[in-house]
Design a protein around this ligand. Structure first.
Ligand code: CAA
Length: 245
């Protein structure tokens, strides 16, 4: 018996570094996995490599109509979603003087508007059932700011404001809403930072290493469990001690 047997979990951007580990862990706990992708070919290759079943739906999380169509498809084919992990995200780094409107709006759309676009589809299903989990993946850089990430830090800080507000609105209906703020995790996104800069960042992490995607998967799985029913509106940091507050 898994803790999440008979639960349907939608993990946006589930084919990425942290997303894959979240999908894997929720599947290990018994959940049926649905994920989004904007690149069906890449997603099909990903799916073939995993040891769990999943449903992949082509969806741009920054586009409300795509999210609405996805909800209709999931409800028709699988049922009402119990768990939403808003994980899809991108970076478009550059110092503020080099930040253009495109880099700004791409990151706000994909990392922040998506949280509205997706959660808006599924929250009524959860409150109707009297059970639900919404977990928003933010970042250490939404908590402390980061040189070169005015766009990303703004979006990620905004995500937690959303969490705290929605948590209050759905608390009495058995739905919890939380933020997880990973630090620097060993994924392609972090490996894209120039090596020299990355090494300077690692030097600031008290545990002396990057995080592992599975460490975020384990935290998300805990938040999904019944045991975590008391935790709502929280922002849980998993950053090796790089930022404490
Ligand atoms: N503090 C102060 N000054 C800094 C600095 C810092 N942290 N980082 C760079 N600078 C300085 C440089 O020394 C350089 O100075 P000079 O001009 O005097 O030589 C100047 O700033 C560079 O400025 P530019 O305008 O040329 O910067 P740029 O547009 O080329 O951008 C950058 C540089 C790409 C942002 C680079 O600094 C960088 O990659 N920084 C790391 C960004 C980062 O941590 N991204 C995280 C990605 S992973 C992720 O986001 C996942 C997660 O949630 C953690």
């Amino acid at each position: 018996m898994g803790k999440l047997d008979n639960k349907i979990a939608l993990v946006t951007g589930g084919t990425g570094g942290i997303g894959t580990a979240i999908c894997q862990r929720l599947a290990d706990d018994g959940a049926q996995i649905v994920t989004t992708s904007t690149n069906p070919e890449k997603a099909a290759k990903w799916q073939a490599k995993q040891n769990f079943d999943s449903t992949i739906i082509k969806c741009d999380v920054g586009n409300y109509d795509d999210c609405k169509a996805m909800k209709e498809q999931i409800e028709k084919e699988l049922g009402v979603v119990d768990i939403v992990v808003n994980n899809a995200g991108i970076t478009r780094d550059g110092s503020f003087r080099k930040m253009d409107t495109e880099k700004w709006s791409q990151v706000i759309t994909t990392n922040l508007n998506s949280v509205f676009n997706i959660s808006h589809q599924f929250v009524d299903g959860m409150t109707g059932k009297g059970y639900g989990r919404i977990i928003n993946i933010s970042s250490i850089n939404g908590q402390k700011g980061q040189f070169g990430q005015t766009n990303y830090s703004a979006a990620k800080a905004g995500v937690h404001g959303f969490t705290m507000a929605l948590a209050q609105e759905v608390a009495r209906k058995g739905v919890t809403v939380n933020t997880v703020s990973p630090g620097y995790i060993a994924t392609e996104m972090v490996m894209a930072v120039a090596e020299e800069i990355r090494n300077q960042i690692i030097a600031q992490i008290p545990i002396g290493r990057l995080g592992k995607p599975e460490e975020i998967g384990a935290l998300v799985a805990f938040l999904c469990s019944d045991e975590a029913g008391l935790i709502t509106g929280a922002n849980l940091a998993a950053n090796g001690g790089q930022h404490m507050h």
